[in-house]
Design a protein around this ligand. Structure first.
Ligand code: IPM
Ligand code: MN
Length: 356
C-alpha cells in the first residue's frame, strides 16, 4: 500500500471551484495509477462565505490547516468584495500564519504553447523564480497619518530580516543544485537604490554562496531582470528575489510561458504545510461557463505531488499536460481552447492513466 496524504482543498471564488474540480480529477487519476491516496477535506473559504458570515477566515483556521500535508487552493477574489479584504484576509493570512516563506514559480514554456516573445521557444524559456513570501513590503509595516486631508502621509516599509533573507536564499541555492540545469542562481534586487534592504540581500547571497561553489552566482537589478526576461530569457536558471519584485516579475514570467492559463505556483514551508495554487485570479466573468483553462490548477497539483514526494506521479502529470498542449489544445485562453474546462480535465486525466 502506498502513502495516504491529508490534503485541504480550498476551491475559493469565481472559476476557482471549476478549475480545482479538474485538478482533483487529474490528482485522483495519478493517485490510483501510482498507488497512493489523497484524503481531501474541502473548505469554503472565500468571498461568498465572507459575504454571508462577515468573516474571512474563522477563528483557528490556520491552526486547523496545520493537520494537513498540503493545501490545494483555487482562487481568491470576489467582484462584490472590496479589493484587499480577501487577498489579505485569506491568501496572505495563510501564507504568513503557516510561515510559507517561499513562493516557487516555474516559468517553463511547453512545446506547442505560444509565447509573445518573437523567436523564442521552449529551449529558451525554462527557469524558476524563488520569491520570498513572508516579508518585504508585504509585511504590513507602516501607517497613515492625517488620512483624507491634504497633509496625508502614507508610509509602507519593506521588512527584511537576516533570518528571512537567509532561509530564502539558502532554499534557492539548494533548489538550483537539485534542479541541476545551468546551475546558475541570479539575485534580482535593486542595490543601486535600495541600499539598506538589498545590501543585506547581496551580502547574504555571496556569504551563503560560499557553501555552494558548484553554483554560478549572478546579480541583476529588477528593472534589468524584466528586460532580460523579454530579451534573453535563456540566460536564467533560478532567480531569487524579494516579495514585491517576485510578485511583479512572476506575472511577466507567466505571460512569456503562455499566460495565466498555465502558470502555477507553490507557497512553501519546507518544514510545514505548503499551499499550491494557479497564479491567475478568480476570473469571475467566466464563472459557470465551463470555458476557463484548468491547466494552471492542474500544474499546481503537479507541483503538490512533487512536494509530497510522489515524483513519478508528478512527472506523469507534467507529461500529460505537455501532451495536451502540444497535440490537442488550440489555445490556452478561456473559450478558445477547442475544449471545455471539463474536457481538458478528462483529456489530461486520460493521459495520466495511460502513462507507462
Ligand atoms: C500573487 C498575487 C497575490 C500577491 C495577491 C492576490 C495578494 O498577486 O500570488 O502573486 O500579491 O502575492
Ligand atoms: Mn501576483
Amino acid at each position: 500500500m502506498g502513502n495516504t496524504y491529508k490534503i485541504a482543498v480550498i476551491p475559493g471564488d469565481g472559476t476557482g471551484p471549476e478549475v480545482i474540480k479538474e485538478g482533483v480529477k487529474v490528482l485522483d487519476a495519478a493517485a490510483s495509477k501510482f498507488g497512493f491516496d489523497l484524503d481531501m477535506t474541502w473548505y469554503d473559504y472565500g468571498g461568498d462565505r465572507y459575504l454571508k458570515t462577515g468573516e474571512v477566515l474563522p477563528e483557528g483556521a490556520a491552526e486547523d490547516l496545520k493537520q494537513y500535508k498540503a493545501i490545494y487552493l483555487g482562487a481568491i477574489g470576489h467582484p462584490d468584495v472590496k479589493p484587499g479584504i480577501l487577498e489579505k484576509g485569506i491568501l496572505l493570512a495563510l501564507r504568513f500564519a503557516l510561515d510559507q516563506y517561499i513562493n516557487l514559480r516555474p516559468v517553463i514554456l511547453y512545446p506547442g504553447v505560444d509565447t509573445p516573445l518573437k523567436d523564442k521557444g521552449p529551449e529558451d524559456i525554462n527557469f524558476v523564480v524563488v520569491r520570498e513570501n513572508t516579508e518585504g513590503l508585504y509585511a504590513g509595516a507602516g501607517g497613515v497619518l492625517k488620512k483624507g486631508t491634504p497633509d496625508e502621509v502614507a508610509v509602507q516599509e519593506s521588512i527584511n530580516t537576516r533570518k528571512g533573507v537567509e532561509r530564502c536564499i539558502r532554499y534557492a541555492y539548494e533548489y538550483c543544485r537539485k534542479r541541476n540545469q545551468k546551475k546558475t542562481l541570479t539575485l534580482c534586487g535593486k542595490t543601486n537604490v535600495l541600499t539598506f534592504a538589498f545590501d543585506l540581500w547581496e551580502r547574504a547571497f555571496y556569504e551563503i554562496g560560499e557553501e555552494y561553489p558548484d553554483i554560478k552566482k549572478e546579480y541583476a537589478h529588477v528593472d534589468a531582470t524584466c528586460m532580460w526576461m523579454v530579451k534573453n530569457p535563456e540566460w536564467f536558471d533560478v532567480i531569487v528575489t524579494d516579495n514585491m519584485f517576485g510578485d511583479i516579475i512572476t506575472d511577466l514570467g507567466a505571460m512569456i510561458q503562455g499566460g495565466m492559463g498555465i502558470a502555477a505556483g507553490g507557497n512553501i514551508n519546507p518544514e510545514g504545510v505548503s499551499m499550491f495554487e494557479p497564479i491567475g485570479g478568480s476570473a469571475p466573468k467566466y464563472t459557470g461557463k465551463n470555458v476557463i483553462n484548468p491547466l494552471a490548477a492542474i500544474c499546481a497539483g503537479q507541483m503538490m505531488l512533487d512536494y509530497l514526494g510522489e515524483e513519478d506521479a508528478a512527472k506523469a502529470v507534467e507529461d500529460a499536460v505537455k501532451k495536451a498542449v502540444s497535440q490537442d489544445l488550440k489555445s490556452l485562453s478561456a473559450g478558445k481552447m477547442g475544449y471545455s474546462t471539463t474536457e481538458v480535465g478528462d483529456l489530461v486525466a486520460g493521459y495520466v492513466k495511460e502513462a507507462s
